[in-house]
Ligand binder design. Sequence first.
Ligand code: PA5
Length: 430
Amino acid sequence: MQLQLLKTHILNYDLTNIDWQHYTRKVEVLHDYLHRDNHNTTGWMHSPLEDQSELFGRIHEVATEIKLKADILIVVGIGGSYLGARAVQNALTPHFIERKSGIEVVYVGQNMSGAYVQGLIDYIKDKRVYVNVISKSGGTMEPALAFRVFRQYMEDKYGVEATNRIIVTTDAETGLLREIASNSGYRQFEIPSNVGGRYSVLTPVGLLPLAVAGIDIDTLMNGAKSAATEFSASHLENNEAYRYAVLRHALHTQGYKVELLASFEPALKRFHEWWMQLFGESEGKQAKGLFPTSANFSTDLHSIGQFIQEGSPILFETLLHFKEISVDYKVPFDERDEDGLNYLAGRTFNEINAVSKEGTALAHSEGGVPVIQLELDKLDEYHLGYLIFFFMKACAMSALLLEVNPFDQPGVEAYKKKIMELLKQEKVKK
Ligand code: PA5
């Protein structure tokens, strides 16, 4: 299996304009920096290659218990503490069915809407519940508030048994949540100290909810392992993750402000959101960075398609495509042929969707939009694990090319601090 980065369909943008020699040298230096083992931020790069059998054994054990004793798992978390799990769960769960072979997994603590909280309380009324609260820092307002609500809910509903039905995933060493878990005797999973929120989907942050949702986490990790091996090459020519990073950087340097990640599979909508956070938080600092946004085609071709084709020339497009989607449907033959579509009878929707992807890439590139195509063989656990690692590695390199720290998020911290201050001021005024 090979992830291919195709760079065809680029109009008004000549790849020979890129100084590949310069980038090759730069990437090698940054690769050495990234792979030097004195960082406390790159644990995610190495963990897929390590023996994690003990951790996986524990995750499977707890997931099996949850699947037996609950109808629903409530995951409390925000940002990197929930986007990855939700992305993979949505990508691999059949439409209109809440679960694969696992149980339903829902998310709260990623907003402060009272209506959302009340809606969830109503929804779980007659269900057997487990809660997995996830926060690396243990002090983020949204999940902390939601946890306060659902912790009380669990205590009211289950009494002392609530202790066993609440699982805490937090930093291995620090934080309020860690203290709460220890004081109350909740079972804990650790987020390694050297893995930040948006790089943590392949730790218990993503793995426990995914195992409960019925996703094959071993195969997901095998995909990541293949990618970790493949993308450990330091030479630009041999490393597609670095090539993608360089393409984005070159386009950004030449004036493009926005990268639009698009795919033709609605199941990938949440995956786009994970990608947006990864790149947005890793690069958007010191007045630098591409604005990452996303679209689901063909749906959004009928909303923002016009802008992409003919609007301000601020964006380039990255088209994500999986050649094989396991579920498909054939266009039926209709004797009446009143709609004139019999020429498509017998072809599958996925085939037509793939043609539509080709047509869109051509039209957009002819409209002057550079189109990068990322193509994988199959939408399954293995390829998603591979793709997740590909994007994380590309993102780290891309941020380093911009000369910003891929692993901090001072802007997010600023907002977190500000709302705390305002809420405390409000209290004083009352
Ligand atoms: O990538 C990050 O570090 C952030 O997006 C965090 O995941 C997000 O702010 C949530 O933080 P925490 O897990 O500490 O509650």
